[in-house]
Every structure is written in C-alpha cells, then in structure tokens.
Design a binder for this molecule. Structure first.
Ligand code: ADP
Ligand code: MG
Length: 320
C-alpha cells in the first residue's frame, strides 16, 4: 500500500517534470517566433562565428560598440540585447535601405540567443563630439564646412527616402582620421514611412518606432515641448545645433544641466552659441534653428548653400 502510494507520487512528479519541460519548449518556440516576427525573415543574418569581436570602442545609450572583423574585413560591432527594445529592430531594417557615401554601411547582422550583433564598416577616426571636446583630431574651418556638406547630403538622401534620423548630434557623426570624410551613423531611434510591410511591420503610410525620441540638448522645440512626432524638419533643427557646436566649439546652449533646455525653448531663446558664431556662417545655421518648423531650411536648400561655400574640386577632384 505504502509502496504503491510512493510509486504513484514518483509518477506524478515525473509527469509534472515532463509538463514543465513541454511548457519550456513551447515558450522557447514562441520566443523564437516572436523575435523572428520582430526582426523579419528578410534580414540576411550570418552565422555567429563569421563575426569576431575585439576591443571595446565606445558605449552609448543602448549598444556597446567593439572593433571586430567580418570575414577578414575590419568592422565595428554593435551589440544589442534581444527583445528589450522592440523598436530597435528598425535599427537593423533601416540600414538595409541605405547606400550612401556619407552613411556608415551595415555589412552583416548576426542573431545570437540573447543579443544581436550589427557589423558596420569601421571608420578609423573619432566621433565629432570627441573631436570637438578632446581635440583628438584637428579640423580647420574648411574641413568643418566639408563635414557639414557631407552630413547635409546624407540627410537630404534619407529625407528623400522618407526616413528621419531622430538623433542627429555630434556623437552620431564619425570622421575618418586620414581623409576627414564624415559619416552619419546610429539608426537606433530612426523612423521610417512606407515599405515596412514586407518586413511584417504594418506601418504603411505612417511612421512606426519611438514616437518622441532624441537627446534633449539637440531636440527640436516641437518634439521636446509639444510631444509632436519628429519630422524631417525636427532633424533639421538637430542638424543646426550640431553645426553650431562644430563651428563654435562650444555646446549650443549654456545651461546648468541638460534638462534646463526646456526652459530656454519655452522662452523661444535663440541657441546661445549663435552669439559667438562667425557672421559668414550664420546664413548656414540660423535658418535651421527657427522655432517654427515650416520656416526652417530643408536639406536640399542647405546642401545647395553649402556647396557654394566650398571648393569641391580641391577636395574631390570634380564639381557637381
Ligand atoms: N562604424 C564605426 N566605426 C568606428 N566607431 C564607431 C562605429 N560605430 C560606432 N562607433 C563608435 O561607437 C559610438 C556609439 O555608437 P552608436 O552607433 O552611436 O551607438 P549608441 O546607440 O550606443 O549611441 C560612436 O559614437 C562611435 O564613437
Ligand atoms: Mg549614438
């Protein structure tokens, strides 16, 4: 009798264990399905061992960036946790649409159990924030005007493709040490209209991804104060403040803390560094930092204006 009861208990325990195992299996399958639904089946993932990770370069808000290699080619590898930030999947999709000489190219993506690795072309140099505030690379005014033109062209290109960056700032602009070529990077907060249906994201005709996003210091008044969706014109504001910081070498706002920016925006103060900007550069920066988004200069007009300020033949060998 006692033995029977013990055997019965053992069978029950075994059954419980099996049920738990089945539950875990289904949960794991669902989890995989969920992440493949988020990341889409059209992303050409490569195998884990194709990407080698070397030393740590930099770490920002979400990812951690390392130097690495992909099939012998030097790359920068950004590690992103899976699942924690669903909108981050756009960080993989948007670069698939981009092919521009002043946008960092995504080379390969790898999906591991807990993280995604994004391998991009490695830019040997520094980001503009480091350049401006540590002087690790010297840029003269002519170099800076070319940086402005190259990033302006990258922004004209993305806006023409219905993509808004939402986080334009010096830290997201890379400059190569040798050629001083500038590259726009970091699609972590970017947003895109149309064309996403093929990735299983129902966003046709509207934007998806984070609604209000950015780095407060560079965010436009309509986005930071009025909770409006970021538009191409909000990118132009952030670009204007980035140029202002680049040309003056100081932060666009003089504040006790970065959150005080809402106070100055509410008072519609002009960005403080405008007061020390060289007069011949105001026609580049001022039209970008208008409080009314519709009054701001767009990327096409900006590029035309910047082209008239540089000697294209001297840098590129030809004019266009
Ligand atoms: N392709 C690259 N080549 C060289 N450095 C890079 C590259 N991508 C990123 N970095 C470095 O890593 C930093 C953070 O990268 P970013 O993509 O902006 O990630 P986060 O989401 O963390 O801001 C950059 O500011 C830059 O210093
Ligand atoms: Mg960044």
């Amino acid at each position: 009798m006692i033995i029977n009861r013990l055997l019965q208990k053992k069978r029950e325990k075994e059954e419980e264990r099996r049920a738990e195992e089945r539950k875990m299996k289904v949960w794991k399958q669902r989890k995989t399905l969920r992440s493949s639904a988020v990341f889409g089946s059209k992303i050409p993932f490569v195998s884990e061992d194709a990407i080698q990770i070397k030393e740590f370069i930099d770490g920002g808000s979400f990812g951690r960036v390392h130097r690495g290699s992909y099939q012998g080619t030097p790359v920068a590898v950004k590690k992103m946790p899976v699942g924690e930030y669903p909108s981050k999947s756009l960080e993989l999709i948007i670069p698939l649409y981009l092919s521009h000489p002043h946008i960092v190219r995504m080379i390969a993506v790898c999906r591991k159990e807990h993280e995604i690795l994004i391998a991009s072309e490695y830019i040997h140099g520094a980001n503009l924030e480091q350049i401006l505030h540590t002087q690790c690379l010297k840029l003269n005014e002519e170099d800076k005007t070319f940086v402005a033109l190259e990033i302006g062209m990258a922004v004209e290109y993305i806006h023409g493709r219905n993509i808004i960056h939402q986080d334009i700032k010096p830290a997201n602009i890379l400059v190569s040490e040798r050629s001083k070529t500038a590259y726009l990077t970091d699609w972590g907060l970017a947003n895109m209209k149309d064309s996403l249906a093929q990735f299983g994201i129902s966003a046709s005709g509207s934007f998806c991804g984070p609604r209000v996003a950015g780095t407060p210091l560079y965010m436009s008044p309509e986005v930071l104060l009025h909770d409006k969706r970021c538009t191409a014109m909000s990118d132009m504001w952030s670009l204007g403040l980035t140029y202002l910081e680049m040309f003056t070498g100081t932060l666009p706002w003089t504040l006790n803390n970065p959150f005080a920016v809402t106070g100055v925006l509410l008072k519609q103060e002009p960005p403080h560094a405008l007061a020390i900007l060289q007069p011949h550069l105001t026609e580049i920066v001022e039209p970008l930092v208008k409080y009314e988004p519709q009054s701001r200069m767009n990327a096409t007009a900006l590029v035309t204006r910047l082209k008239s300020k540089v000697n294209l033949v001297k840098k590129y060998g030809y004019e266009w």
